[in-house]
Design a protein around this ligand. Structure first.
Ligand code: IPE
Ligand code: IPE
Ligand code: MG
Length: 246
């Protein structure tokens, strides 16, 4: 039986999120510039996106650039932004072919204008697609997301639009960048790092975590299948006892 055959299509994560890490180390191991690691990483992005759509995953969120990544050397930041623009241009046809809707989360106003424009254009052109929603986390930081949500909510309280008593988890959810996405079911991080790096802190409250040593540019369809098979073997109890679940 192939790995793909082992996947139960009726128990897929509704929302899969991936911290795509290890591009720099991949390049270093090969004696290449970090930029080439990022470029190779885009191939893994394409393959993963197509595999997820093919499997029937409804929501895929990729951590592409964090608020902290702005602190990298300017040359690397510029490389990543140019790669983003190029990928958006190149991948529009892949998105259309696979009926994928593009979405983005993060403080997009910090991106170069050309990247913002390209992003908005692809989001607009793919807005009617509904096989899968692909969300790119760009200039994204979970703490920043929570701070801006709290600011908006407190303004609404101040202006009597809502009362503080009505603030609940639903209201908080509605003010996050991810307001139209379900909670994350499965979070994958590549490259052997066991940390969250300010990604979707609220949304992963009950996610299953999967860590692999594979560096992102080497991440293939089989690695995705292995992660999903691992996810499907787990018992998600949400605080209940095992007996209650069965
Ligand atoms: C992930 O790879 C890509 C981004 C964070 C933009 P890295 O660039 O972090 O690669 P490593 O961790 O240095 O190997
Ligand atoms: C997290 O990777 C951000 C992305 C994958 C875009 P980093 O490589 O920036 O994370 P840290 O700083 O090593 O935790
Ligand atoms: Mg890294």
């Amino acid at each position: 039986m192939t790995l793909e055959d082992q996947i139960n299509k009726s128990n897929l994560p509704r929302h899969l999120a991936i911290i795509m890490d290890g591009n720099g180390r991949w390049a270093k191991q090969k004696g290449l510039l970090r930029a080439l690691g990022h470029e190779s990483g885009t191939k893994a992005v394409r393959e993963t996106v197509e595999s997820c759509a093919k499997l029937g995953i409804q929501n895929l969120t990729l951590y592409a650039f964090s608020t902290e990544n702005w602190n990298r050397p300017k040359l690397e930041v510029d490389t990543l932004m140019n790669l983003l623009i190029k990928s958006l241009k190149d991948e529009l046809k892949t998105l259309q072919k696979n009926e994928i809707k593009l979405n983005s989360i993060g403080n997009l106003s910090l991106l170069p204008k050309s990247a913002q424009n390209e992003l908005l254009e692809v989001i607009n052109k793919t807005k009617e697609n509904n096989r899968m929603t692909l969300t790119l986390a760009l200039s994204y930081g979970s703490r920043e997301e929570l701070v801006s949500a709290i600011k908006v909510i407190s303004d609404k309280v101040k202006n009597n639009i809502i009362s503080s008593e009505t603030i609940d988890e639903t209201i908080i959810n509605q003010h996050l960048y991810t307001h139209n996405l379900p909670d994350v079911d499965l979070l994958i991080r590549t490259s052997g790092e066991h940390r969250i790096s300010n990604f979707l802190l609220w949304q992963i409250a009950y996610a299953e975590l999967y860590f692999t040593d594979v560096l992102w540019p080497d991440f293939r369809e089989e690695n995705l299948y292995e992660a999903i098979i691992s996810y499907q073997k787990r018992e998600r109890r949400f605080g209940k006892t095992s007996e209650q679940i069965k």
